[in-house]
Design a protein around this ligand. Structure first.
Ligand SMILES: [Zn+2]
Length: 262
């Protein structure tokens, strides 16, 4: 009964070592730790060097909400130098939802430039991309496609169905996240996406909110089973079939070739 969590902010967890131990106990076999800036990528690499179970795979990237103008060059250089340690470029993308970006054309353009440069890195090193695109799904999709990216996951997808259709037709993925328990947009998207093009994740330590029950908790990697449960309830599908398919998707998408079968 093992599972893979494909999107974790390991360095943001309150107690990463403990969370990893609990995840291992719960049956999380592997996870993808995505970076949001240089410090975050470095910390996650350090966890990978020190901890062998669950297996930690890495995404390197600058998140649109974590761009520091004077650090961009250094970070891109670092990613270039360490790309062999990465299974993906991410978390990268656009986010015009932030107040500071909403009405600031220069800030938006900077996000676009940083995203484009990282898409080019993914293309150069033949790595998949983990794309964050709150409120800008169409533009993020077009940029990804135009960059010639073959493997991309539109993480936490909660955009319109016409963009979803283009994502699916383009052979890309969307993620089933804790939003499934709470967001009508996420539920509608996942309802309409084929299971073969869905990755499952926690985005931990995001707040995992239950719409109908009025409660919630800070997610950790072990809670990927809660995302699975939300998916199983939404689709009324056998839980083990879904789990096995999600594991297969994650292995292929991130090329986890050294991970034993589960
Ligand atoms: Zn994230």
């Amino acid at each position: 009964m093992t599972i893979i969590d494909t999107h974790v902010h390991l360095d943001h967890l309150e107690n990463p070592e403990q969370a990893l131990q609990e995840a291992r106990g719960a049956g999380v076999e592997a996870l993808v730790a995505v970076g949001v800036d240089l410090a975050s990528c470095r910390k996650n690499l350090d966890y990978q060097n020190r901890i062998s179970a669950p297996r930690i795979y890495l995404g390197f990237g600058i998140h649109p909400g974590n761009i520091k103008s004077d650090e961009i060059e250094e970070t891109i250089l670092w990613i270039r130098e360490h790309h062999e340690k990465a299974q993906a470029i991410g978390e990268i993308g656009l986010d015009f939802w932030y107040k500071w970006a909403r009405r600031d054309k220069e800030k938006k353009d900077e996000q676009r430039r940083v995203f484009a440069r990282q898409l080019a890195l993914a293309k150069e090193f033949d790595l998949p991309t983990v794309v964050h695109a709150r409120g800008t799904w169409r533009e993020a999709f077009e940029m990804t496609k135009q960059a010639g990216i073959k493997r991309a996951v539109f993480h936490w997808y909660s955009g319109p169905l016409d963009v979803l259709k283009d994502i699916i037709d383009g052979g890309y993925f969307v993620s089933a996240s804790p939003a499934l328990a709470d967001s009508p947009q996420s539920r509608e998207a996942i309802q309409n996406a084929p299971i073969e093009q869905i990755l499952i994740e926690t985005d931990s330590p995001v707040f995992f909110r239950y719409r109908d029950q009025g409660g919630g908790f800070m997610a950790a990697p072990k809670d990927v089973f809660s995302t699975l449960k939300a998916y199983v309830e939404l689709k009324n599908i056998d839980g083990d079939l879904a789990r096995v398919q999600f594991n297969r998707n994650a292995r292929n998408f991130f090329r986890m070739n050294d991970l034993p079968d589960c």
